[in-house]
Ligand binder design. Structure first.
Ligand code: G6P
Ligand code: MG
Length: 209
């Protein structure tokens, strides 16, 4: 019996996944290479620094720790510029109604995201007050598919993992939820999220009430 819902942020509640991709591509192009949308799937749910390492590997580019920090900072500056104008309009279809429905019906709601920008984005899109707990990239030390981010969220909500359902758009996120012994609803492509218990194209497909 489900008593709590844990949401990924990028690509589930907000349409920021494309901005992450754009900002990383800018960096890759500056370094003289490019990467595909299929490769980009591997970055979803993965922390900023781990994403950077994967991308540099694809381009066969070697950088030291200090250079990597500069690149990660530049990517984030570009990304922040892209999301600067974000408003509640940027919530994905069905996100707001689902969050409101869950609150109104006594479910606990948490965020489980690898992003260090999560609170900023929840604030800009007006849904920050709807969350009982927020676990973001400033708290977690192990990237998805490690279940840490979701287990921490369950702990903060005071819920057992088996009573939680995770909403995820990333392969790594689906795996993290399963490793944490939680239920998982995939949001996106059925083929990519094949391991999820259920897959919807978008949150507005979920019937409320
Ligand atoms: C999410 C996104 C990733 C992103 C990560 C870190 O998991 O799916 O694409 O790299 O958060 O985000 P940040 O905003 O901290 O760079
Ligand atoms: Mg995501």
């Amino acid at each position: 019996n489900i008593t709590a819902c844990i949401f990924d942020l990028d690509g589930v509640l907000v349409d920021t996944a494309g901005y992450h991709y754009q900002a990383w591509r800018l960096m890759a192009n500056d370094l003289g290479f490019d990467f595909t949308e299929l490769q980009n799937e591997k970055l979803k749910g993965v922390s900023r620094i781990d994403s950077l390492k994967l991308i540099l590997g694809w381009g066969n580019v070697t950088k030291n720790e200090e250079e990597m920090l500069v690149l990660a900072q530049k990517k984030n500056d570009d990304y922040l510029k892209m999301i600067e104008q974000m408003t509640p309009e940027n919530l994905l279809p069905g996100a707001f109604d689902l969050l409101k429905y869950l609150k109104a019906n006594g479910y606990k709601v948490a965020l489980g995201s690898a992003s260090k920008n999560a609170k900023l984005i929840l604030d800009k899109t007006g849904v920050l007050p709807l969350f009982d707990a927020i676990v973001d990239g400033n708290i977690v030390t192990s990237s998805k598919p490690d279940p840490q981010v979701f287990l921490k969220a369950a702990e903060l909500l005071n819920e057992q993992p088996e009573n939680c359902v995770v909403f995820e758009d990333a392969e790594a996120g689906v795996e993290a939820a399963l490793r944490g012994k939680m239920h998982v609803i995939g949001v996106g492509d059925k083929n990519i999220l094949a391991d999820a218990d259920v897959v919807v194209r978008s949150l507005d497909e979920i019937e409320l009430g």
